[in-house]
Design a protein around this ligand. Sequence first.
Ligand SMILES: Nc1ncnc2c1ncn2[C@@H]1O[C@H](COP(=O)(O)OP(=O)(O)OP(=O)(O)O)[C@@H](O)[C@H]1O
Length: 228
Amino acid sequence: MPLIQLDDIHHTYADNGRPVSALSGVSLSIEAGEFVAIVGPSGSGKSTLLNIIGTLESPSRGVYRFDGTSVSDMSGRERAQLRASRIGFVFQNFNLIDHLTVFENIRLGLRYRREPVKNEHERVLSAMDRVGLAHRADHLPRELSGGQQQRCAIARAIVGDPQIVLADEPTGSLDSQNAAQVLGILTELNSRGTTLVIVTHAPSQADRAGRVVEMHDGRIHLSTRRLA
Ligand SMILES: Nc1ncnc2c1ncn2[C@@H]1O[C@H](COP(=O)(O)OP(=O)(O)OP(=O)(O)O)[C@@H](O)[C@H]1O
């Protein structure tokens, strides 16, 4: 059974009362452990697709199953729980909380869950170590470089051991050296089994994925698998 199964997904936004179609009939299955890159021109629906996969947005029409369970049939609470326990998010602009330290920002990745988490302190330390930020635990985001801020955001995304990490242009705000480092951390994560879906404009990043899904006008235009 695929981890992610989208079946004929449509999505329409209301822009000042005027409907804007973002997705029109997307069907996509992603197996656990895959690394999928979503590419395509601006406005083609990439972020909308990622937000639907992340349950941040509910599709206007179509069926979405996460690990076999229909997300559309879940309550808002159940979706929040699914997000908190099984999905990690990384955004282009990091989305860190300005007044919290690196340690506290990463710990937030465990605090959205409703049940208490065991070994919270150790888990945060381990996530911080994995992204090479152990020496920056007490720093505020503004005291870090862009690359370090994104590594902090990745640590927050992975501290809860999610099954899938969704990254929307994770290196879009970084110089090439920091971008390579961030992509390295994400691909390493994938090679250890975490499913990875990234939206990217960088062909060099799409080349690292096992599958490239090309969007065009709210539809999947091409889906190409790379030979292992
Ligand atoms: N909140 C919103 N309200 C209204 N329209 C929206 C909203 N978000 C996206 N859209 C529209 O939906 C379409 C798809 O947008 P989306 O952000 O998914 O594309 P994208 O491929 O990620 O673009 P980009 O590469 O520029 O980030 C566009 O026409 C966009 O203007």
